[in-house]
Design a protein around this ligand. Structure first.
Ligand code: KG4
Ligand code: ZN
Length: 347
């Protein structure tokens, strides 16, 4: 079964081919540089970029694999959550292909696809606990099968990735700053008291990162020298070493607070869901070095394997959508050409 995956929910256009659950090839066009100019994703521009990129990437992908559209059995497309206009670009491209080739069309949940991404590299086991930490979402699921996800907790305000990006922006580090914060933090020392570990002293599995974001904003207000004079990436070669050190320590402390908060709620979820066979952590923030280390410890404590996609499958990509579609196709799912985008809420 040859499955094409189409991802266009936000600012990455991703196309990938998966045959019988095995990754074959992918194409990814990132719009990050375009949106960095505006400090965040501009929906109208993002939609137009997808419209431009989709046919070109598709042609390249198929040509390089010496395949034609008629070889595709399943067309899997992210139907949400995401930006409405962006999702519609992917959906319409998928529908056009399905109409012309007769391939099976399947709309998949972008968040579930993130959590299934690790299946590209290893066998997934069910039930599992899934932590999805991305730029737009922070969700904990009990995953009963590749098509049964029970939402146990979610962020009440900002997502973990958003907290990273907004903190980076305060310092004039370009969007999306999470990866840069993580890289700089590696040279710093975490002060566990610098920032709060928000919303953990309660009995639920929800998150709230807005307090952490505010604490970071106040810290920057008290230390304006840490802010770059122009938007860019700090250069330790030319900067005062003391400023570099302080900023790196701030980022290490921020990393710690996010990772600690995630780990407290994940442990709580595991205590309440004894019998899960693995802990799956996915989404852009799953690429974070401290999150990876902390989650390794959590999984060890509960004697279950930690399942993490490799970093390239953590951020948005077409392969996770292709793989998710493959799993659903195997279960007999399919959609008609009336498939709609679901930008928010339950998909
Ligand atoms: O899953 P993703 O690619 O897109 C969404 O669906 O949102 O996640 C993107 C988010 C951004 O907020 C980005 O800053 C964050 O993931 N991110 C990281 C790291 N790499 C990406 N955050 C912290 N540390 C990283 N290494
Ligand atoms: Zn995503």
């Amino acid at each position: 079964m040859l499955c094409l995956g189409i991802e266009s929910s936000c600012d990455e256009t991703g196309l990938a081919l998966v045959r019988d659950g095995k990754f074959i090839a992918e194409k990814l066009a990132s719009q990050v540089d375009v949106h960095a100019l505006f400090g965040g994703v501009v929906p109208e521009i993002a939609s137009r970029e997808h419209l431009r990129a989709l046919p070109a990437l598709f042609r390249e992908l198929m040509q390089e694999q010496a395949l034609t559209a008629d070889d595709i059995d399943v067309i899997s497309v992210a139907r949400g959550p995401g930006l409405q206009g962006c999702l519609l670009m992917g959906l319409n491209f998928a529908k056009g292909l399905a109409l012309s080739t007769g391939a099976t069309l399947i709309g998949v949940n972008h968040l579930w696809a993130h959590l299934m991404a690790a299946g590209l590299e290893q066998e997934l086991q069910f039930p599992s606990l899934g932590l999805l930490v991305s730029g737009g979402h922070t969700h904990i699921y009990l995953i009963k099968s590749s098509s049964e996800f029970i939402l146990l907790g979610r962020t009440l305000d900002d997502a973990a990735g958003e907290a990273f990006d907004k903190t980076a922006k305060l310092l004039n580090i370009p969007y999306p700053g999470g990866k840069i914060v993580d890289e700089l933090a590696r040279a710093g020392n975490a002060d566990r008291k610098m920032f709060p570990t928000p919303y953990i002293n309660n009995d639920n599995l929800d998150f709230s990162f807005s307090g952490l974001k505010t604490a970071a904003a106040m810290y920057v207000q008290d230390h304006p020298e840490l802010r770059l004079s122009n938007m860019g990436i700090p250069d330790s070669e030319t900067e005062d070493p003391e400023i570099t050190r302080q900023r790196n320590d701030m980022f290490a402390s921020f990393n710690y607070s996010v990772a600690k908060t995630l780990s407290v709620k994940t442990e709580r979820a595991l205590e309440r869901n004894k019998g899960v066979k693995s802990l799956i952590v996915a989404g852009g923030v799953a690429a974070n070095s401290v999150v990876r280390t902390v989650m390794t410890k959590v999984a060890r404590k509960f004697s279950i394997p930690l399942v993490l996609p490799s970093p390239k499958f953590c951020t948005d990509n077409g392969a996770m959508v292709a793989f998710s579609g493959y799993l659903l196709a195997k279960e007999g799912f399919r959609h008609g050409l009336d498939l709609e985008a679901i930008p928010r809420g339950r998909v």
